[in-house]
Structure formats: C-alpha cells, structure tokens
Design a protein around this ligand. Structure first.
Ligand SMILES: [Zn+2]
Length: 392
C-alpha cells in the first residue's frame, strides 16, 4: 500500500483523484483513491479545503480508511481536490517547530516531551521538568534560533520495523499494535523521530520560534510557543494594541502600566465618593418620604440599584415604623424590595412571595424584608393594591 499524497509530498496543494467510497456516520463523508488531506493525528489538526464543490469540515482516520467529512454528500467519480494551504503551512510550521523544540530541550537540559498540542492561536509542549526558569527559557529560545539559522534540512523516510529497532530514534513509542514500516522524520544532524505528520523542508522555513510562557502541571511544565507566520502576526497584533493604548491613555510604552494603575486608583476613589453621596441622598430622601407617608410607601427609580432601595427604605422605616415600603429599580425588569417598619401590621414572609408573583419575579427575605429580581416591574400598582389590603 503506497502512502497518501500528503505523506509522500507535504507541499502538494491540489490533486486530481477519485471518490471511491461514500458514507454517512452521522456526518456525510467520502474516501478518495489518494489524498492531500492530512487526517487529525499526533497533535496536528485535520486539514480543511474542498473536494469538488464540497467544503471539507474534518478529516479522520477510521478503520484504516481516511474519511473526508463534507458539508454535503458527493457522488463517486473523478474529482479535483484542494487543501487550505495557508492553514496547512501554518500547521507545518507549528508542528516542525515542536520537533525542533523537543530535540533542543532534550539535548540542552535532558527534558523529554510528554505531549504536544497545536492550538488555534498558540501551541504547547509538555516537558518532564518541574521547573523552567526564565533564564533557561531564554537559553532554550536562543539555542532553537541557532538551529533555525543553521538551515538544517528536514526529511521523512520509511524503514522496516527490524531496521527501526536497530536505530537510535527519539520516540514516544509506536502506537500499540503497530506493524509494517516505520515513518521517521529527521532534522539533519540534530534529531531522528517517529512521526506521521507533515513537516517543513528545512528549519529555515520556521522563520522564528518565540517561547511565550510556561504553566505548571502534574509535576511537569507546559511551554507555550508560536512559530513562523504566527510569531509575526502576534507581534503585529501586540504592536497595534499598544499603539491604541498609547493613544487612549496619552502615555508612552514605558508609562502605560503606571497610567492604567493611576486611573484605576482614581476610579476607586470616585466610586467611594459616589457611594457616600448616594447614601446621604437616600437617607434624606427617605426622611422626606416618611414625613408624608400613608400606610404603603411605593416608589420606582429606573436607574438605581438594590443597595439604594435598601438605604431609602431604612430611612423611611426609622421615621415611620408603622409603614410598609415597596421600592423598585430598573427599566422593565430589575430589582424589588419589600420592607416593613417594626410596628407595621403586616406579615412580610407571607406577603413577599405574593408580591414576587405579581411582578413575575423571584426573591427571598429575612424578618421584615423581602427582595429579589422581577421582569414585570410595570405591575407594581397591583402589588400596592395587595399591600393596602393584605387580608384580601
Ligand atoms: Zn512530526
């Protein structure tokens, strides 16, 4: 059985081939006579692209065949296929970057790679070291850059299983039950590894690898990186964002953090002053309402919040212990508060749920207060009628 086209030549973008089988295992798929589509595996995501007029949404190896999952079914027969090359080349940069990082990390520090994840924005490898200091991370990045500058050829070969067993190969082990030839990927003069993925021709095509940060996990360390075009795009995005921040804050790069911290401090101070003013206003407002109150005091504020309602109710009930307050805040939906003074002849635990029902809301309370959220604050007049005649 010959290897698929993506394996023979990872730089092949298009192919004239044939749909030899169709099926549906929950998603419609086709099997091709030969394929340039890489099926997900070894940490590298599946390719995207087109088969005839149908977009390919996923590619998986299932029961020894490569299933190309499509947005809609196709008929058997001759077909032109094309992969999303920009996406694939990005994957080849991140994946080949992983080979190089793994090899250099092992040669320089003796750390082996236990996992690889190629993400949408960044990729990572997991190293079997409990600690990776910033100094060692920098040394690793420098050593990787030197190997990129060395323009080392990268090539894939196949050897028999017996030959493989005689060779000194850096490998996380073959899949259980592996038979037949073994595919090896070599970075000339540096690394020999078992792998079925797609790789660059040379370390030069990596352009650069930037190590971003580390995370501790299960006694090991996750090392997050970007390679190739991603590194340039990430730098460009950071540069644009910093430029926008400089404009918004009127500060130079060196002053940005201090400018943000100063504004946060100012905001906290302003919020404290605002809360004090609101509290004083609520107390004065409540005292005024108490002076003219009947048995039920009801009021609505479109742009206040529950703490404000509580402050006003406290002031009303201090001035007039014989009244019950129903206060609401919000636009259409919002908060409600039911509070009775010490001498008011009402049972709040019984009335609270009934008021919540009228306002299409839910709440809870303790003692002489009940509060919650409601979606029909426009029905508060009905609730006032209930509170005026609670025995009804
Ligand atoms: Zn590989």
């Amino acid at each position: 059985m010959t290897a698929p086209a993506y394996d023979r030549d990872p730089y092949l973008k298009t192919l004239e081939t044939e749909v030899v089988a169709t099926g549906d295992d929950g998603r419609p798929f086709v099997v091709l006579a030969d394929t340039v589509f890489y099926p997900e595996g070894g940490g590298q995501p599946a390719d995207r692209g087109r088969i005839g007029v149908a977009d390919v949404v996923d590619v998986q190896r299932v029961n020894g065949e490569i299933r190309h999952y499509l947005v809609h079914p196709l008929e058997p027969g001759p077909v032109s296929v094309e992969i999303d090359w920009a996406r694939r080349f990005d994957h080849m940069q991140q994946h080949t970057g992983q080979h190089l990082l793994t090899a250099v990390a092992e040669d320089l520090f003796g750390w082996s790679t236990t996992a690889f994840h190629l993400g949408e924005a960044v990729s990572d490898i997991e190293l079997d070291t409990a600690e990776l200091s910033p100094e060692k991370r920098e040394a690793l990045e420098e050593a990787v850059a030197a190997e990129i500058r060395a323009v080392r050829p990268v090539r894939a070969t196949r050897v028999t299983h017996d030959a493989y067993l005689q060779m000194d190969v850096r490998s996380r082990g073959l899949p259980a039950g592996h038979t037949g030839d073994v595919r090896l990927v070599e970075i000339e003069g540096l690394d020999l590894n078992t792998c079925g993925g797609t790789h660059l021709r040379s370390t030069a095509e990596l352009e650069s690898i930037k190590l971003l940060h580390t995370e501790s996990l299960r006694g090991g360390t996750r090392l997050v990186y970007v390679a190739g075009g991603r590194a340039r795009r990430l730098l460009g995005a950071h540069h644009d964002r910093i430029a926008a921040l400089r404009g918004a804050l009127g500060a130079s790069d060196d002053e940005l953090l201090a400018a943000v911290e100063m504004r946060i401090d100012q905001l906290k101070g302003a919020n404290r002053a605002l809360r004090q003013t609101e509290g004083a206003y609520a107390a004065a407002l409540g005292a005024g309402m108490a002076a003219t109150a009947g048995p039920v005091v009801a009021e609505h504020w479109p742009d206040r919040d529950l703490p404000f309602l509580q402050s006003v109710a406290k002031a009303v009930c201090e001035g007039r212990p014989d009244v019950v307050c129903l206060f609401t805040a919000g636009d259409g939906e919002g908060s409600f508060l039911l509070t009775a003074g010490e001498a008011a002849p009402v049972e709040i635990p019984e009335l609270g749920p009934r008021v919540a029902d009228i306002l299409a809301g839910r709440g809870g309370g303790r003692g002489r207060s009940y509060q919650g959220r409601a979606s029909r604050l426009d029905r508060r007049d009905e609730a006032v009628v209930l509170l005026s005649r609670p025995e009804a």
